[in-house]
Design a protein around this ligand. Structure first.
Ligand SMILES: Cc1cc2nc3c(=O)[nH]c(=O)nc-3n(C[C@H](O)[C@H](O)[C@H](O)COP(=O)(O)OP(=O)(O)OC[C@H]3O[C@@H](n4cnc5c(N)ncnc54)[C@H](O)[C@@H]3O)c2cc1C
Length: 137
C-alpha cells in the first residue's frame, strides 16, 4: 500500500481522510482518522469562512493537529506492514508483556488506536514493563 502524508489544503481546496494521509490498513484506523479529519477540517473552514481566523492559520492548525496525532501510529504501522519478524528488542518486549495483564491491556489499547504508540513505546513505559518482567522471574 502507498503510505504518505500530503499537505491537506491550498487555495480553494482541502483534503480529508485517505486523500490527505494514508497508511497500510493493517492497523485498521483509516475510517476513524477520516472522520476526525473531516471534523477538524470543517471546524477550521468554519473559522476561516466565518472570519474568526485567517484561512492559512486555521488550516495550518488542522494539518498540525492531524500530523501530531497520527505520526507515531503511522510509523508503527509501516513497521508492522513489512510483515517481517519483529526486531530483537521488540521480541524481548513482547516476552515481557506476556502474562503482565496491565501491559497486555495497554498493548491492545495502543493497537486499537486508543493509546498513542509514542506513549506505549516511551523509554519510561518500556522500562517499567521490562522491570516488572525481571521481578516476575
Ligand atoms: C483492504 C482494506 C481494509 C481496510 N480495513 C479497515 C478497517 O478495518 N478499519 C478502518 O478504520 N479502516 C480500514 N481501511 C481504511 C479505510 O477504508 C479508509 O481509510 C477510509 O475508507 C478512508 O475514507 P475516505 O473517505 O478518506 O476515502 P474513501 O473511503 O476511499 O472514499 C473516497 C470516495 O471518493 C470516490 N472518488 C474518488 N475519486 C472521485 C472523483 N473524481 N469523483 C467523485 N468521487 C470520487 C471513491 O470512489 C470513494 O468512494 C481499510 C482499507 C483497505 C484498503
Amino acid at each position: 500500500m502507498p503510505n504518505y502524508f500530503r499537505q491537506p489544503y491550498g487555495h480553494g481546496w482541502a483534503l480529508v481522510g485517505d486523500a490527505g494521509y494514508n497508511k497500510d490498513p493493517i492497523t485498521a484506523q483509516g475510517i476513524t482518522n477520516a472522520f476526525r479529519d473531516a471534523e477538524r477540517c470543517a471546524v477550521a473552514l468554519d473559522e476561516a469562512l466565518g472570519g474568526a481566523r485567517p484561512f492559512e492559520a486555521a488550516m495550518h492548525d488542522y494539518q498540525r493537529a492531524r500530523d501530531e496525532q497520527v505520526l507515531a501510529m503511522y510509523e508503527f504501522t509501516c513497521q508492522l506492514a513489512t510483515l517481517e519478524p519483529a526486531p530483537p528488542e521488540m521480541q524481548r518486549l513482547f516476552g515481557a508483556i506476556q502474562g503482565n495483564q496491565d501491559a497486555m491491556d495497554a498493548f491492545v489499547r495502543m493497537n486499537a488506536g486508543t493509546d498513542s504508540p509514542a506513549e506505549f513505546f516511551s523509554p519510561r513505559n518500556v522500562g517499567s514493563i521490562m522491570a516488572a518482567a525481571q521481578v516476575a522471574l
